[in-house]
Design a protein around this ligand. Structure first.
Ligand code: F6P
Length: 346
């Protein structure tokens, strides 16, 4: 029997377990056994693996997170680590890898594939920013979570005649902010792709107030441009293990500034990791399952160095090279459309 190794890297998201389950189960008719690699690339360096069977993946479909654990490391950063990866693939008889990850993990996968390792990629991230696929799994669940939060914040904001600033994830792109903001009927949406000034934000909120609406919901993506808003940059020492800026907290500054400029009581809610946790929606379970099955099909036909993707309603595959060439930012027309109904479009 040939062996497939499966790993999950980068930030977790709902639907990872659905992919793992689909890889294990759809591999069986192809004659593949699956080995789970713990904690992303780190598990392959350390030789930390576990056999996955039809039985062991039972019941994981609705579970959030990843049963394998995850990490954020670059497998090619140290030559010695990469040698260990090659040695462990041989030791455990792993014929090919299914690498489930976002931009960072898939970029590493592209490079590892370039070094001659047989692998295929599966796109995950709540941010929905992987180019080459219409949708990443995890996004739909995050949007549902944020939409529910906005609905709840609406009733309390309205009762107290307050502004509530809701901070959502999205370090480089505003897909969650625009989609959930639209679904939740937010009154202002601030995203990294569109640079806004504090004057514009306050003018929109005041116009709404004058029209008789005494409360507002402002949705802000954590990675919104701070400079044009006149807010200080992220401190240099606030970085994660990969050197990415830790953005969390802009809503506090924004809320304070809004309140001091327009004098309406303003409160702040930072949704944070609530957006990444919990059970995947039906949509994400189905999409993740389709991706897992398609990844095994790619391995069975030896089409390595590729990523499965959604195009329209079809599952296709594209070179990893193209998949990570650029980030998929919010379509300006979609943002304009959202602003048309929430107000504040110049
Ligand atoms: O998974 C991507 C993401 O959700 C970003 O939007 C966010 O900035 C980041 O993860 C935060 O991840 P962590 O807290 O795990 O470093």
């Amino acid at each position: 029997m040939k062996r497939i190794g499966v790993l999950t890297g980068g930030g977790d998201c709902p639907g990872l377990n659905a992919v793992i389950r689909a890889v294990v189960r759809s591999g069986l008719p192809h004659g593949f056994e699956t080995i789970g690699i713990r904690n992303g690339w780190q598990g392959l360096i350390d030789g930390d693996v576990e056999p996955l069977t039809d039985f062991s993946v039972s019941g994981i479909l609705p579970k959030g997170g990843t049963i394998l654990g995850t990490s954020r490391i670059n497998p090619l950063e140290k030559t010695a680590d990469f040698q260990k990866i090659k040695a462990n693939m041989k030791k455990f008889g792993i014929h090919a890898l299914v690498v489930i990850g976002g931009d960072g993990t898939l970029s590493a996968a592209r490079d590892v594939a370039g070094e001659g390792i047989s692998l295929v990629g599966v796109p995950k991230t709540i941010d929905n920013d992987i180019s080459g696929t219409d949708v990443t799994f995890g996004f739909d669940t995050a949007v549902a979570t944020v939409t529910e939060a906005i609905d709840r914040l609406h009733t309390t904001a309205e009762s107290h005649h307050r502004i509530i600033v809701v901070e959502v994830m999205g370090r480089n792109v505003g897909w969650i902010a625009v989609t959930a903001g639209l679904a939740g009927g937010a009154d202002e949406i601030l995203i990294p792709e569109i640079h806004t000034t504090m004057d514009e934000v306050c003018n929109n909120l005041m116009a709404r107030y004058r029209s008789g609406k005494k409360f507002s919901i402002v949705v802000v993506a954590e990675g919104v441009n701070r400079e044009t808003l006149g807010l200080p940059p992220v401190p240099e020492d606030l970085r994660d293990e990969c050197g990415h800026e830790k953005f969390v907290g802009i809503a506090n500054m924004l809320g304070k500034e809004i309140e001091s400029r327009i004098g309406i009581e303003t409160r702040v809610t930072i949704l944070g990791h609530v957006q990444r946790g919990g059970s995947p929606t039906a949509y994400d379970r189905v999409l993740a399952t389709r991706y897992g099955v398609a990844a095994v099909d790619l391995i069975s036909t030896e089409r390595f160095g590729r990523m499965v993707a959604l195009r329209g309603n079809e599952i296709i595959d594209i070179p990893l090279e193209d998949a990570v060439a650029h980030l998929k930012t919010v379509d300006p027309a979609f943002y304009r459309m959202a602003k048309t109904v929430i107000g504040g479009m110049q």
